[in-house]
Write a new protein. Structure first.
Length: 201
């Protein structure tokens, strides 16, 4: 059985990274796709763990070579998902979870129409702003920039298959896990296995 792609998106402060971490800890046969980026590491980010960090020249060469399933330029930096990051996992039957912005999610859906897109939303704008300020890691101008970007991203949620409001983290994480569980039980994914077991053909 071929694996399934799950794309998780959401504005900064919505809690998507925490939800993805929970899914990876609690869900078997779920592999995280590490994206490439041309920007440098931030904070405690580690190469090969959070991103594959390459320079702009290398990234553009990879684009020319057709190495990316999807890629996008965000401000002055490039982000992309290399075919090598996911195809082998899918062929091995593993499900792949990806953390992408709406532009990347649309590109994945175009390349893999069966992909499942999940959008994580904050309970309100006020709650999102409160979360960003409680981080105390950025200046006011950066916070305002993130809030404006969040507004644009939230408008994209209408293009997603599932919408999860992260008001209570445990509940939101359980809902995301339920999406994966339900999809794994879908006839389209399970019928061939059942046919072999019970010799239905």
């Amino acid at each position: 059985m071929t694996g399934q792609i799950y794309v998780i998106s959401g504005p900064s402060g919505a809690g998507k990274s925490t939800i993805i971490r929970s899914l990876r800890d609690k869900t078997s046969d779920l592999v995280y796709s590490i994206s490439h980026t041309s920007r440098g590491p931030r904070g405690k980010e580690e190469a090969g763990v959070h991103y594959h960090f390459v320079d702009r020249t290398t990234f553009r060469a990879m684009i020319e070579d057709g190495a990316f399933l999807e890629w996008a330029r965000v401000y002055d930096d490039y982000y992309g998902t290399a075919y090598s990051s996911i195809e082998d996992q899918l062929d091995s039957g593993n499900d792949v979870i990806m953390d992408l912005d709406p532009q990347g999610a649309k590109n994945i859906k175009k390349a893999h129409p069966a992909s499942i897109l999940i959008f994580i939303l904050p309970p309100s704008y006020e709650a999102l702003e409160k979360r960003l300020r409680e981080r105390a890691t950025e200046e006011e101008r950066a916070i305002q920039s993130r809030l404006r970007k969040a507004h644009r991203q939230l408008m994209e949620c209408v293009h997603y298959d599932y919408l999860i409001v992260n008001d209570i983290l445990d509940k939101a994480s359980s809902e995301a896990a339920a999406v994966i569980t339900a999809n794994r039980c879908a006839k389209a994914r399970r019928l061939s296995e059942i046919e072999k077991i019970f010799k239905l053909q």
